[in-house]
Design a protein around this ligand. Structure first.
Ligand SMILES: *[C@@H]1O[C@H](CO)[C@@H](O)[C@H](O)[C@H]1NC(C)=O
Ligand SMILES: *[C@@H]1O[C@H](CO)[C@@H](O)[C@H](O)[C@H]1NC(C)=O
Ligand SMILES: *[C@@H]1O[C@H](CO)[C@@H](O)[C@H](O)[C@H]1NC(C)=O
Length: 202
């Protein structure tokens, strides 16, 4: 399993690096980055790098068998919707935020975590909740400003596409103690806060 994961990671790194080499060091005028937030529908393997249980991970077969030829942590046998969107947009596979190593953020980055919800209580302690994903986005914004300057970072982030899949896990784990109406307004309230933080950078 250790060897499998290692070869899988090097495949992904090569895949990303090879494409990066072609497009390195300057951003074409029409460059559009992809920032991804959410749950297992979009998680490319962030949960491989947090302290969680097997229920929240997809790092075993048959996950990954059709496209990556190894389990990457995606809850799929192949690519996820953000992978297809990146591909159709001419972007490489978008980097997994928590994957260790040197990461390039100019094509965007994926913060999604299987099991996550808009509320911190949803699978708390086992996932990267939306609020934390937004905090990581904050860090990426700082790093982009260092790399591209304030104006360059703002331009990249304003033109970027933001994909968010969140909310399902909140309803799966809902407490009976809160009315449905109250619960929906909590979920939407927290999602609104997250969207406002993202907008504040644009
Ligand atoms: C991971 O979580 C388990 C159970 O919550 C805990 O016992 C353990 O100390 C944690 N490990 C780390 C490295 O945080
Ligand atoms: C649901 O109930 C548990 C136990 O009372 C509590 O720890 C948790 O925070 C609650 N979740 C929400 C969304 O209120
Ligand atoms: C966000 O969710 C928490 C529970 O996690 C809730 O107490 C709070 O009121 C919600 N915030 C908004 C703005 O709805």
């Amino acid at each position: 399993m250790a060897n499998l994961s290692a070869s899988c990671i090097s495949f992904l790194l090569c895949f990303t690096t090879c494409i990066n080499l072609i497009s390195s060091h300057y951003l074409p005028e029409n460059h559009v980055a992809l920032f991804i937030f959410g749950d297992s529908l979009f998680d490319p393997g962030n949960n491989n790098y947090i302290n969680t249980t097997a229920d929240f991970r997809a790092n075993f077969y048959p996950y990954g068998e059709t496209f990556f030829k190894c389990p990457t942590g995606r809850f799929s046998d192949g690519r996820l919707i953000p992978d297809f969107i990146a591909q159709f947009a001419g972007l490489p596979i978008i980097p997994t935020y928590l994957q260790p190593g040197k990461r390039k953020f100019t094509d965007g980055v994926n913060f999604a975590s299987g099991g996550a919800g808009a509320l911190v209580e949803s699978h708390q302690g086992f996932v990267v909740d939306l609020e934390t994903q937004i905090k990581y986005f904050n860090k990426v914004e700082k790093s982009l400003r260092q790399e591209l300057g304030d104006a360059g970072a703002k331009k990249l982030m304003s033109k970027a596409v933001y994909l968010i899949s969140i909310g399902g896990n909140d309803y799966f784990t809902k407490n009976s103690s809160v009315s449905d109406e109250e619960f929906v307004s909590m979920v939407l309230g927290n999602l609104t806060v997250a969207l406002k933080v993202i907008y504040s950078f644009l």
